[in-house]
Design a protein. Structure first.
Length: 265
């Protein structure tokens, strides 16, 4: 499950309160499981505990970006029987420094494992290398820590030959026996499902950012209705939501059938 926030830009321009929504989305299904309004993006840290209370964490893996990489969040997830995959950046300076040192100067006896993938598409060649290590277990007091990882991304634009290199670090409560480097990389990449399968769909096919509704809870209600529509379409087997919206707009009887309303001849 991916946890991330999204600002309702059109409603925000109108001064509507609670125009930033913190959501949880299932990676594989692309379904929004819960959603809550927060005052601003920086308030995600305060509200994420409430959001996690709304879902079953036992036996689940929760992914999140660096903003939500917090000790209490990690503790809440492992206490509930779940696992986490978290990106570590400058908001956790000591943890980031410890992980960087592991991969810059590997300690003696550290058994690091790696995986490499190459994707070609959209005019780019993107290579990813993910390396894991369990050497910080017992040294770091980060809650539930079982592995740390380093992800290196190398992107080459075929037309111009320009290159871009990025290195990010992370932590997970999944042990090496439960998550190989390939599995960890799959989870890291899967986190962006919340952007591709939810936020982008609401912004483009549903044009959410231009919606300027502002009264009371209407912005949140409209976002919830969009999530419901997207979920129904995915449940019905549609993978291209934009095409499905065009098709059902021309055939409203099929759209109504998704919510159990059938016309009688």
């Amino acid at each position: 499950m991916a946890v991330d926030g999204k600002t309702l830009r059109g409603s925000k321009k109108q001064g509507a309160p609670g125009t930033h929504l913190l959501s949880v989305l299932a990676h594989r299904l692309g379904l929004t499981l819960t959603q809550q309004a927060v005052a601003a993006k920086t308030n995600e840290i305060k509200e994420v505990e409430t959001v996690l209370d709304h879902i079953v964490l036992k036996g689940r893996v929760v992914t999140m970006d660096a903003l939500l990489t917090q000790r209490q969040v990690a503790q809440t997830i492992v206490d509930a029987g779940g696992d986490y995959v978290m990106i570590v950046k400058e908001n956790q300076p000591q943890l980031k420094a410890d992980i960087a040192l592991v991969f810059t100067l590997p300690p003696a006896g550290d058994r690091q494992e790696s995986v490499r993938t190459v994707d070609v598409g959209h005019g780019r060649i993107e290579t990813r290398n993910l390396t894991t290590s369990a050497v910080l277990v017992g040294y770091s007091d980060w809650p539930g820590l079982a592995q740390v990882f380093e992800v290196g991304r190398h992107v080459t634009t075929k037309k111009t030959g320009t290159e871009r290199v990025e290195v990010v670090y992370g932590v997970t409560s999944l042990s090496p026996e439960r998550a190989t480097p390939g599995r960890v990389l799959e989870l890291v990449r899967g986190h962006w499902a919340i952007e591709n399968k939810s936020h982008w769909v609401r912004d483009v096919p549903f044009d959410e950012d231009r919606s300027q509704v502002r009264c009371g809870n209407i912005p949140q209600v409209m976002a919830a209705l969009r999530n419901t529509a997207i979920g129904l379409l995915r449940w019905a087997g549609h993978t291209n939501i934009a095409a499905a919206c065009r098709r059902l707009a021309a055939q409203p009887a099929q759209a109504l059938a998704l919510i159990g309303i059938a016309f009688e001849n």
